[in-house]
Design a protein around this ligand. Sequence first.
Ligand code: CTP
Length: 400
Amino acid sequence: MKTAIHGKHIVLGICGGIAAYKSAELLRLLTKAGANVRVMMTRNAARFVGPVTFEALSGKPVCTDLFDRTDPDAAIRHIEWAQEAHGVVIAPATASMVAKHAHGLADDALSTFLLAVTCPVAVCPSMNTDMYLSPPVQRNLEILKKDGHLVLEPGSGELACGTVGPGRLPEPPLILDRLTALLTRKDLAGRRVLVTAGPTQEPIDPVRFISNPSSGKMGYAVARAAEYRGAEVVLVSGPTSLDLPVNVRTVRVRTAREMAHAVFEQMDGADVIVKSAAVGDYRAMETAAHKIKKTADELTLTLVKNTDILKSVGLRKTRQILVGFAAETRDLKENAQEKLEKKNLDMIVGNLVGHPSSGFGTDTNRVTLFYRDGGIEPLEEMDKAEVAHLILDRVCERLP
Ligand code: CTP
């Protein structure tokens, strides 16, 4: 999948902390995302994990010392790498490196390199809780933030030293996520995006419900992509088992009525509304207060129609760009275009469900975009994150 990391020069700076072992996983994730990664480590970092590990994973020499006699180019490397880098991530960043960079000290390869860097930098402090919370470290982190660096909050938990509290290096997927966000162009900055995702559940009795196989992956991908692009995002999510997107306000709902309520409450402030949720069209007219026993041979449920949330939003909307989804098993073009018209949408994302690589639960999707002006754009099969960015590209073209 191509994200903002793909094809970029990233420098991974590693300091001497116990969490240095996690840097190997981060490097693997970065290269998997298509980044061209160079590793620079402090001498103390090399005591925790050997440079050979990082050399093997990055496929490139690792810089540990500006005055390495076996490497005549080492002294100019820090300037070259700084000029070429699109992004830098320091993980783990020790108290010492944080202090050095906050005060412009350059006494080893990594701190010297950092002074020459002009691209975005993500700093991931990791240390003992008391060290992390100490006034000097907090002061220095504030300086780094004021200097425009992204400082990632460390995670909380039991640390290697036995203390419990903040100081843990965030998990590598989270660091990758934040670095990707940092390097994504902010073409939705200042915009509010409302996304719905996942299925709804319509209860029949306390232990049973009517639902559908929607995983929520498409909507979560849209929310995440919009956040990467600088939008303020509200995600109204039906029940899913997915990790919540970072820096996104998620409102969890269960039924279509709860989803409708949340959407109507949020829609007025939104500039863009993307409704990818698979909303239950019907609910049980009555929900039994207790578990229905299997005494009768036949059971008839009476269902009543739920509000079509998207249609109501289409009727109420003023300036918002409204994007709907259409999951069809046949006649995609006719059905999608009819929904586009009927629900007053700017765009509808149509997909034929039932194919193994597209639709419910899959990581990829093959969709066709239908526009209000009659335009049709069939897309190749691609990762849902890529589909999300493409949808947002088209949204951006239509924003005033
Ligand atoms: N939708 C909605 N509220 C509903 C039903 C659907 O907001 N009660 C939205 C979905 O989020 C999606 C779009 O409408 O963006 C199309 O959903 P889909 O299930 O494909 O179509 P329906 O309008 O329900 O029509 P049908 O089931 O007859 O195909």
